[in-house]
Design a protein around this ligand. Structure first.
Ligand code: FE2
Ligand code: FE2
Length: 170
């Protein structure tokens, strides 16, 4: 359960990230099937928050929100550089966490969620907390959905998705 005040606080925080010029740069980073890093991350955030609220146990919603928005904040296009392509899957969580620390001064708790979001690919970095598992699972669900959609209607779909991510709660 979540109170109205908590909802308003989370929505405000979400809006702050949504319009942050540094975060807007993620729109230039391409992703699966015509999506981009910006759209992808806010979709992961909405799903993670929705699932977290449904849980009976108390979880740190603010950490989930920040970690899911920044989990892919690596800021380079791995598809343009062959040397990056091979290592991207394993390496990008650490680059994202480092960038997020530099630009948003995130806590170690949030950083840990970001670093472990590719578990079990990064086998040693397993998801120790409920929050990390929620973000990791939401990321998998969204990535799978993105992989299953066709590139054909990409512009129309991205328009719709941009509307969808305009608010955290809608
Ligand atoms: Fe990722
Ligand atoms: Fe992701």
């Amino acid at each position: 359960m979540i109170t109205n005040e908590e909802k308003i606080e989370l929505e405000n925080l979400y809006q702050k990230y949504l319009h942050d010029p540094k975060i807007l740069k993620m729109k230039e980073i391409g992703m699966h099937r015509g999506s981009n890093s910006y759209i992808h991350s806010f979709k992961v955030c909405k799903l993670a928050i929705r699932r977290a609220i449904r849980k009976r146990k108390k979880v740190d919603l603010e950490a989930i929100l920040i970690a899911s928005i920044l989990h892919d904040y690596y800021l380079y296009d791995w598809r343009l550089d062959h040397s990056l392509k091979k290592k991207h899957g394993r390496r990008h969580p650490f680059i994202a966490a480092k960038n997020a620390k530099r630009d948003f001064n995130i806590s170690d708790f949030v950083s840990d969620i970001i670093e472990s979001h590719m578990w079990p690919l990064n086998f040693k970095h397993f998801q120790k907390t409920k929050e990390a598992r929620i973000v990791g699972n939401a990321d998998n669900s969204i990535a799978l959905r993105e992989a299953l959609t066709s590139r054909k209607y990409k512009n129309k779909r991205n328009e719709k998705t941009l509307k969808f991510i305009e608010n955290l709660f809608n």
